[in-house]
Design a protein around this ligand. Structure first.
Ligand code: NAD
Length: 266
């Protein structure tokens, strides 16, 4: 029930809101009573995504969309200004990110793919964090929650290379940790979300019916399966809510135990 939701009255921005994790999080945020600004680079995908949110949460409070490329600071500034008109940002989920098909190892990764990946995955998170802090200060808020999407590859190495992506997620992890310390006395919390590979169309289509490729990844999951996007979204609700008021600077790993495993059950 929205009027008693865990995020009732909070103004939240979600970037990459039209994608797997972003859409599931938008749905849960709306269900928990937040006002949600869904931001994404794709206008068409956003239109489909907001229709889905309104379908499954018909009594949602305010849910709006904005087209924003998070690697462009003026667009991020405009996205945050949109929520300033609602009374200022309480929560931002800097979740937009890419893993480019041409991302490879040290030898094979083209420089332009390196730069594109860092611009979206790292600079985008910096811009989102920066303008959220400015909004929180403008509105004299004494608490705020910023959640930045890293990945388990920021914690463990992958033998299937994606060097630019891995480096970008390591940067998100370190940047978020420092932001958490710098802004702690203002009441602004910063936490990382570290998802493991998920059962999203993106990955599953790519794996297709190539059994060996799938097995190469699935074997690392103690639970014997990939994660679901909604399992990430539930963690984000917790980090956004006041229930996590003493959780700060944390690398919140949602991976079914993958990064804790030495060998997995047969
Ligand atoms: P997704 O591809 O389904 O969604 C990403 C969304 O970001 C898309 O809607 C896309 O349009 C949007 N986007 C891309 N570039 C953008 C830009 N410049 N500005 C604004 N929006 C942009 O992916 P997802 O699985 O939902 O991933 C969300 C986040 O989770 C990403 O940061 C990703 O790196 C991370 N992650 C995903 C997995 C996984 O297995 N899916 C695992 C670990 C981490």
């Amino acid at each position: 029930m929205a009027s008693q939701g865990r995020l009732f009255g909070k103004n939240a921005i979600i970037t990459g809101a039209a994608g797997g994790i972003g859409l599931e999080t938008s749905i849960l945020f709306a269900r928990e009573g937040a006002n949600v600004l869904m931001a994404d680079i794709s206008k068409e995908a956003l239109e489909r995504a907001i229709a889905k949110v309104k379908e499954v949460v018909p009594n949602a409070p305010r849910v709006e969309t904005t087209v924003c490329d998070v690697s462009k600071e003026p667009q991020v500034e405009a996205m945050v200004a949109h929520v300033d008109s609602w009374g200022g940002v309480d929560v931002i989920f800097n979740n937009a990110g890419i893993m480019h098909a041409r991302d490879d190892d040290a030898i094979g990764t083209p420089e332009e793919i390196w730069d594109l990946t860092q611009n979206i995955n790292v600079k985008g998170v910096w811009f989102g964090s920066k303008h959220a802090v400015l909004s929180l200060r403008r509105h004299k808020k004494t608490k705020g929650s910023i959640i930045n999407t890293a990945s388990v590859v920021a914690l463990v190495g992958s033998a299937t290379p994606q060097l630019a992506y891995t480096a970008s997620k390591g940067a998100v992890l370190a940047m978020t940790r420092e932001l958490a310390i710098v802004h702690a006395r203002e009441g602004f919390r910063f936490n990382n979300l570290c998802p493991a590979p998920l059962n999203t169309p993106l990955l599953q289509d790519w794996l297709g019916d190539d059994h060996a490729k799938r097995q190469r990844r699935e074997i690392h999951f103690p639970m014997g399966r990939f994660g679901e996007a909604v399992e990430q979204a539930h963690a984000v609700v917790f980090l956004a809510s006041d229930e996590s008021s003493f959780v700060n600077g944390h690398d919140f790993v949602v991976d079914g135990g993958m990064t804790k495993a030495y060998v997995t059950p047969e």
